[in-house]
Design a protein around this ligand. Structure first.
Ligand SMILES: Nc1nc2c(ncn2[C@@H]2O[C@H](COP(=O)(O)OP(=O)(O)OP(=O)(O)O)[C@@H](O)[C@H]2O)c(=O)[nH]1
Ligand SMILES: [Mg+2]
Length: 264
């Protein structure tokens, strides 16, 4: 189903057929004229998935720019990027050496020009087909920020590490206690912002690695932006399949929750 403005009539027909509220529930709604999203993709050693994630992002029928930030990959990801048949919608930015996901995001944020900014990991854990539902609260004017939650029941979820799940829940709970937000998944990759939010927050970002997730969350809460959550499906990968985040990252995230609660 193409939801873009070009198919405005099809969407209106569908709304007439099954009702506007059911369409909205399914993430089927006409996009505002001229709307464009910016998808920021931090990439570190993702040779096996980077071409496919770009293909999937481009397949989403929403006008967009894609900003690929290669964070000093050494596994051949750069060769894949160099060989990629990129259109004008794709911009590739290279870090000479590895700095971490937070640094890659900050670089990506400095290039965005779209109305809505979506963070997209380069592995295939998060599926771009969910963009319509993710941006919907912003398009409808009720949200400034949307988090895609793996813990709200929508779509398929790969059953994986229990202790990883417990760690995620603990970090989210602690973050909630200090920010007074009732999020269910603070650590999600799918964080979506009105561009104005990124312009206000990005210059202040300090965390170069995975501490970026609690830092972003704390700074959004502190500035009193309107935050929504949307349930997403999740196709987690194992460490053997390339997952890199570990206990040290969880401990650092724990520390960051306090640090950014204490002050910007
Ligand atoms: N691990 C890691 N990832 C980076 C780095 N720089 C950019 N990235 C990208 O950041 C994204 C997230 O990294 P992952 O290793 O998938 O970790 P994760 O998916 O957040 O971990 P989970 O929450 O457990 O799913 C991926 O697209 C990475 O390629 C870096 O220095 N280290
Ligand atoms: Mg991942």
């Amino acid at each position: 189903m193409n939801h873009s403005t070009g198919n405005f009539d099809t969407i209106r027909d569908l709304q007439g057929l099954i009702g506007e509220s059911i369409c909205r529930e399914m993430g089927i709604y006409p996009l505002p004229e001229g709307l464009r999203i910016s998808v920021v993709v931090p990439i570190y050693n993702e040779k096996a998935t980077v071409a496919e994630i770009v293909r999937r992002i481009r397949a989403v029928p929403i006008p967009k720019e894609i900003i690929l930030v290669d964070d000093g990959s050494t596994d051949g990801t750069r060769d894949v990027l160099a060989a990629m048949d990129c259109g004008e919608d794709v911009r590739i930015v290279l870090h000479e050496r590895n700095h971490g996901k937070g640094a890659a995001l900050k670089t990506g944020f400095s290039h965005v020009t779209g109305d809505i900014v979506v963070i997209q990991d380069a592995d295939l854990e998060y599926d771009p087909s969910q963009y319509h539902r993710l941006i919907q609260p912003i398009v409808e004017g009720v949200a400034d920020v949307v988090y895609g939650s793996r813990f709200l029941p929508v779509g398929p979820h790969r059953v994986l590490y229990y202790w990883h799940y417990v760690g995620n829940r603990l970090l989210t709970m602690l973050s909630n206690m200090l920010t007074d937000l009732n999020l269910t998944d603070m650590e999600t990759c799918y964080k979506v912002f009105r561009r104005e939010v990124v312009e206000a927050v990005a210059p202040t970002l300090k965390e170069k690695q995975f501490g970026i997730e609690p830092e972003l969350t704390c700074k959004v809460a502190r500035r009193k932006y309107r935050v929504y959550e949307v349930g997403i499906s999740y196709f987690g990968r194992t460490y053997e399949e390339g997952k890199k985040i570990g206990l040290a990252d969880a401990c650092h995230a724990f520390w960051c929750i306090f640090r950014y609660w204490w002050g910007d």
